[in-house]
Design a protein around this ligand. Structure first.
Ligand code: SF4
Ligand code: SF4
Length: 417
């Protein structure tokens, strides 16, 4: 069993297994202190006490959305990822017959620095690109490129729905880029699926584009290309393994690692991260705009799509492209954006699956006033994803809370006795 930044991995990823049957998140019962902190952060009840001592476990993979919020909030490092592609990627990087493509998500460049002593949220995109080249990746085809593509697709779809909603494409439109949210909707709100944008997530677009457009641009046969998605997210491992993600004629995404695992790989390879010069991604699938970067924050996808919708619906240039009113860190945020020649576009942004459920119930009851709803499973969005480095400050606060809770519980029990 390998130990990566205090998170253990049980096995290498198996192929041909239905990802719905895989435990992407598991609890080590020898480390679980029965504090229940994980249960508080789980929006589905998938993690529960399995005995009288209160030891927790993910009891059913079908009920687990793989968001990893339990893992990053466990004060005792008792929760770990069940699937890792790290060994396989190291092997592929050594193989001269394989062209290994890295596809880093926007939030990774704001999280990776923590593994190397930078403050939380420090931007290290240039060093990340340099480290990927040092590790031996043949290309960096950046996921920010397809975040921009998503905006064009999802924003255009929103405009069509706002102008002419239909039974197949009703309002409100939900975002589609968070795989934990998509599994949540498929599991608990299947009747709302027509509301979800038909666009794939940015990485689910970049995988097939790498093996089609990227293969064409570089003259490399698609069967030689091995695509590695680098994500702040455990649910993206699930998404990459979904069998329908094969539009290129191959499995579009061959492997997915988290920010934590990329940090581990860089350290394992002996690379001095801090001394690296800043570098750019490769041009074929590497260019991006500022709209792509804000995807990592809760409200960012919404804001980027609204910028496009505003200009198309009003025919006017948006003077101030910052629509920060829709960015939210906790709970549910709502806003009305006045669009000249159209009226008010009503939007809502939710992070956390229990908040998502509230908005879904409203839509199901036919009472939603919104045109567009963004859902992210992780509180604050992907910057706080389940695959990000484990912030020692957060963990300290979490540990403190759990100790206080346990002391209070013991005190209450004594008083009752
Ligand atoms: Fe719950 Fe998410 Fe943990 Fe699964 S990964 S048990 S859904 S918090
Ligand atoms: Fe993954 Fe982001 Fe969704 Fe969290 S919010 S599960 S990090 S896509």
């Amino acid at each position: 069993m390998r130990k990566i930044e205090n998170v253990m991995y049980q096995m290498n990823a198996s192929r041909g297994v239905d990802p719905d049957n895989i435990y992407f998140v598991q609890v080590d019962p020898t480390k679980c202190e029965a504090c229940g902190e994980c249960e508080k952060h789980c929006g589905t009840g998938a993690i529960q006490a399995i005995n009288e001592e209160g030891i927790r476990q993910v009891v059913n993979p079908a009920a687990c959305m793989n968001c990893g919020q339990c893992l990053i909030n466990c004060p005792y490092d008792a929760i770990y990822e069940g699937v890792s592609f790290v060994d396989e990627i190291f092997e592929k990087l050594k193989n001269p017959d394989t062209v290994v493509v890295s596809m880093p998500a926007p939030a990774v460049r704001y999280g990776l620095g923590e593994c190397f002593g930078y403050p939380t949220g420090a931007y290290v995109g240039g060093k990340m690109h340099a480290a990927l080249r040092k590790l031996g990746f043949d290309f960096i085809w950046d996921n920010e490129w397809t975040a921009d593509v998503t905006i064009m697709e999802e924003g255009t779809e929103l405009i069509q729905r706002v102008k002419k909603p239909s039974k197949d494409k009703p309002l409100p439109q939900f975002t589609s880029c968070c795989p934990a949210w998509i599994k949540f909707a498929e599991t608990f709100y299947p009747d709302l699926l027509p509301h979800i944008s038909t666009c794939k997530s940015p990485i689910a677009m970049l995988g097939p584009l790498s093996k089609t457009y990227g293969a064409h641009e570089t003259n490399i046969p698609a069967q030689k290309i091995y695509t590695v998605s680098i994500m702040p997210c455990i649910a993206k491992k699930y998404e990459g393994m979904r069998p329908e993600m094969a539009d290129s004629g191959f499995q579009d995404i061959d492997a997915t690692i988290t920010t934590r695992e990329l940090g581990y790989m860089i350290k394992e390879a002996g690379i001095n991260f801090k001394s690296l010069p800043d570098q750019e991604p490769d041009p074929a699938l590497g260019m991006s705009t500022g709209a792509a970067t804000i995807f990592s924050n809760s409200g960012g996808v919404m804001e980027a799509a609204l910028r496009l919708a505003y200009e198309v619906l009003s025919g006017k240039k948006l003077e101030n492209p910052d629509i920060k009113v829709v960015r939210t860190h906790e709970g549910i945020g709502t806003a009305g954006i006045k669009v000249p020649n159209f009226g008010t576009v009503k939007v809502a942004v939710a992070s956390g699956l229990s908040n998502a459920a509230k908005l879904c119930d409203e839509v199901r009851a036919g009472k939603s006033p919104h045109h567009f709803i963004e859902i992210m499973a992780c509180r604050g969005g992907c910057v706080n994803g389940g695959g990000q480095p484990l912030d020692p400050d957060v963990r300290t606060a979490s540990l403190f809370r759990s100790i206080v809770a346990r002391v209070n519980r013991k005190y209450r029990m004594r008083k009752v006795a």
